[in-house]
Design a protein around this ligand. Structure first.
Ligand code: ZN
Length: 491
């Protein structure tokens, strides 16, 4: 047994049978020595025709899913079962499962041939009488592929009603829909990476006082992008369901070679922004890109401490188990001296957060009338202030996801710039990573309630996200939170 990230483990000994589990979660390369599946397969080559390689996985994203690519090269077997009414053999498709909206318990399967209702209690006999049948010609006659969804789950595991319920629960959230498609239907998710229309986003800008935090924004993070002649920083507020608001956009003139630029960035760490509830909010975390002038970034981060600052490195690719990993300890230079393990570095799968940002930007919004009636914004909604100019918005929508093929014909998804400047998108991704590092993706309900209590705002537990400028914006307490985002704080 070995891990997909270990090149040594993957090529250590010959093996006639190779079993590769969850291949869609493998890294693109093991220890930079190449494709882990290729390395593992090579171990069986000496056994020639007696060898067997078995790949298994829950599929992930269309275009990058390895198991889908392998399945499509196979004879694509499906499990055919007979209809209890007309006897026609068919494989089960989610589209044939029907139920009354809001009543998943009424779910029944409908025969593809006679359209009769097939009930859950028919399933055991159908499964017993089923058989695997190829639905395509394999590229190589020795490659067989099998696909099975949860629609085939035996009694007591997952019923058709359970699947209908899962589907209803997932509705409205792209993330939940993706998990449903991947894990229940065993199908890939099609990531829509088209850049959102910047003009449409510009039309949705909202008016709240510049530099202040609306009541549903519960903590602040910043993303800093270091350029040759300046450092750009965007400050974002985050609320329940990762609804977010752009709070500030700071351009520090002078590049990483100028000490004044770093002093200005240090000042930013001590700054605060007025919350609608009256409190002052500091930055819980600032994530800073180390791609340009790595040593200067490490040196500065070291001088201000790693409690509030997270140096980050962006990585391509979707199939990482976690969008952020680390921190790892890296060498830093201080006062001309090299310090072993003197800095901490977080690795960010930027693709994941870019796709999420674009998904969030495309979310439908309640109308003014619906808001009046108490409707809430969907979790993840991105709010931009009126002062965000068109250049900034065009930077935010500066990239699109495209499928590219390498020389061997393997498809891969890649973000491509549609225009030269994209700092707003980079800063957003780093600020999002900072929220992840602060723990927001894993906080229990009690933590959100605690933040609300600290800020003196009403609990948002009943609504997935909040409204701006609600008249009963809680107590107007002027107490200053001594821990929200302060360096000695509890984040
Ligand atoms: Zn039938």
């Amino acid at each position: 047994m070995t891990g997909a990230n270990s090149a040594v483990g993957l090529r250590s000994m010959p093996a006639r049978y190779v079993f590769l589990d969850e291949v869609d979660a493998y890294p693109a390369s093991a220890d930079e020595e190449g494709d882990p599946v290729g390395l593992a397969e090579a171990r069986s080559l000496t056994f020639a025709h007696r060898r067997k390689v078995f790949l298994v996985s829950t599929p992930t994203i269309r275009g990058v899913s390895r198991i889908e690519r392998e399945y499509e090269a196979s004879d694509q077997r499906r499990f055919f079962v007979p209809c209890p009414h007309c006897g026609v053999m068919q494989w089960l498709r989610f589209e044939r499962l029907r139920w009354e909206k809001g009543k998943p318990e009424t779910a029944a399967y409908h025969c593809d041939a006679c359209d009769e209702r097939i009930e859950e209690h028919h399933k055991p006999a159908m499964l017993a009488a089923g058989e695997w049948r190829a639905t395509a010609e394999a590229r190589d006659a020795r490659t067989v592929g099998f696909h099975l969804s949860a629609l085939y789950s035996p009694a007591g595991w997952k019923s058709w009603a359970d699947i209908a319920r899962d589907k209803e629960t997932a509705a409205g959230s792209d993330e939940a829909e993706r998990v449903f498609r991947n894990t229940v239907l065993g199908e890939t998710w099609i990531e829509t990476g088209d850049a959102p229309d910047w003009q449409r986003i510009a039309e949705r800008r909202e008016d709240w006082p510049a530099g202040t935090v609306p009541d549903k924004g519960l903590f602040l993070t910043a993303g800093a992008d270091v350029q040759k002649d300046r450092i750009e920083v965007d400050v974002w507020a985050w609320g329940r369901g990762l609804e977010s608001w752009l709070i500030d956009h700071v351009v520090i003139e002078g590049g990483p070679a100028r000490p004044e630029a770093w002093d200005a960035l240090t000042d930013l760490l001590g700054r605060s922004w007025r919350h609608a509830g009256g409190a002052e909010l500091g930055l819980a975390r600032l994530a800073i890109d180390t791609g340009y002038e790595t040593a200067a970034v490490y040196g500065w981060a070291r001088s201000v401490g790693f409690a509030q600052v997270a140096p980050v490195k962006g990585l391509e690719g979707f199939n990482r188990a976690s969008p952020v990993s680390g921190p790892t300890f890296v060498d830093a230079t201080a006062g001309g001296k090299r310090l072993r393990r003197g800095a901490r570095l977080w690795t960010v799968a930027t693709s994941t957060f870019k796709a999420e940002t674009y998904r969030f930007l495309r979310l439908a919004r309640p109308t003014a009338e619906e808001l009046q009636d108490g409707a809430a914004f969907a979790p993840g909604t991105v709010h931009l202030p009126g002062w965000a100019d068109t250049e900034w918005i065009r930077q935010l929508t500066a990239e699109q996801l495209v499928t590219v093929r390498n020389r061997r014909g393997f498809a891969k998804l890649e973000w491509q710039k549609l225009r030269e400047r994209n700092e707003a998108l980079d800063c957003r991704v780093y600020a999002r990573a900072a929220a992840w590092i602060a723990g927001a993706d894993r906080w229990p309900e009690a933590t959100w309630a605690d933040l609300e209590a600290q800020l003196g705002v009403p609990s948002g537990i009943d609504s997935p996200a909040g409204m701006i400028g609600r008249p009963d914006a809680g107590t107007q307490g002027k107490r200053r939170s001594d821990w929200l985002g302060r360096r000695e704080g509890w984040f």
